[in-house]
Design a protein around this ligand. Structure first.
Ligand code: BDR
Ligand code: CA
Length: 307
């Protein structure tokens, strides 16, 4: 049987957990990764673009890579190289990429991809939301061609880059606010699930022994500081891909979400109104729980299909 694949665009800042998410997505039989767009996040946009090209060449598909925003909309750029290393993907020596960057800016490449896709496209942002906010502001007429947005970011509880804010949202709060206010169908895959979606030390060894991709990821895992090799490595971005192809792993709740853009301590915090205190229409589906064991088994099963 010929199953229709879901067309997606991954907006990314690779990033070691981004690399895992991209690897799983490009080899997944239910997904058609039409485009990778890059953004300044874990490291500079020059580095995230170079990393995305390296990954596409390593994994082998023809997915175009378009370079996006190098700065957040309103605030100074802050990287997360303490988590992913100076290059953003420390720990593995990729050959210098031979592929060219897409000639258009990410925002225009998203537009072109969406308008030429037969099916509506799902956007999967797994970095700061700068490109997505710019795209929606510049081309609001394209909204009708977007199936939905499944993003990794935010938290209904504590943060990971400030006491209350998650990195992807804190890195560009104004952009995140615009995306949550867009009226599109949005799923927030935040720290409430991604902090728990870890690979155990045993999983990591199993992945190493799967194939070339496993060896490459294993090398980078030695340098990844999202969690630890002893207590488990947090696969934040992979959770967004999991939600698209295996939503039964998650427990969700629809509610109103907004982003704090100012505040002495709270900028970048997602306000997730689980108790409906503000009596506002829900604008997002928020992931609140995950079947961790099933997630781990699924991740390994997916990576086993890679080269
Ligand atoms: C998010 O921040 C980045 O460091 C990860 O790649 C992930 O997208 C987790 O807060
Ligand atoms: Ca990321």
């Amino acid at each position: 049987m010929n199953v229709k694949r879901i067309p997606i665009i991954i907006d990314t800042d690779p990033g070691i957990d981004d690399a895992v998410a991209i690897g799983v997505a490009v080899y997944h039989e239910a997904l058609d990764v039409k485009l990778l767009t890059t953004v300044a996040g874990n490291v500079s946009v020059d580095k995230t673009t170079n990393n995305a090209l390296k990954l596409v060449e390593f994994f082998g598909p023809d997915t175009p890579v378009a370079k996006g925003a190098g700065q957040p909309l309103c605030i100074p750029y802050e990287d997360a190289s303490e988590i992913h290393g100076e290059s953003g993907m420390d720990g593995y020596e990729f050959p210098a990429p031979k592929k060219n960057i897409h000639p258009e800016h990410a925002v225009n490449a998203i537009r072109e991809t969406i308008l030429t896709s037969e099916e509506k496209v799902t956007l999967v942002p797994i970095g700061p939301l700068t490109n997505i906010a710019l795209f929606l502001a510049l081309y609001p007429e394209c909204k009708s061609r977007i199936e939905r947005i499944v993003l990794m970011g935010g938290s209904a509880s504590a943060g990971n880059h400030s006491p209350t804010a998650e990195y992807n949202i804190l890195a560009d709060p104004e952009a995140a606010k615009m995306v949550f206010a867009s009226g599109l169908d949005i799923t927030m895959v935040g720290l409430d699930v991604t902090n728990r979606a870890t690979l155990t030390p045993d999983n990591v060894v199993e992945i190493r022994d799967l194939n070339e991709t496993g060896k490459m990821l294993y090398s980078m895992f030695q340098h990844y500081r999202g969690g630890s090799l002893k207590t488990g490595l947090k696969m934040h971005d992979l959770c967004a891909i999991a939600y698209i192809v295996k939503p039964e792993l998650f427990k969700t709740q629809k509610c109103f979400v907004d982003v704090e853009t100012a505040g002495a301590y709270t900028a970048g915090t997602t306000i997730v109104d689980l108790m409906n205190r503000y009596q506002r229409e829900p604008n997002a589906t928020v992931c609140l729980d995950i079947d961790v064991e099933a997630f781990r088994a699924w991740a390994i099963e997916c990576l086993a299909k890679a080269r």
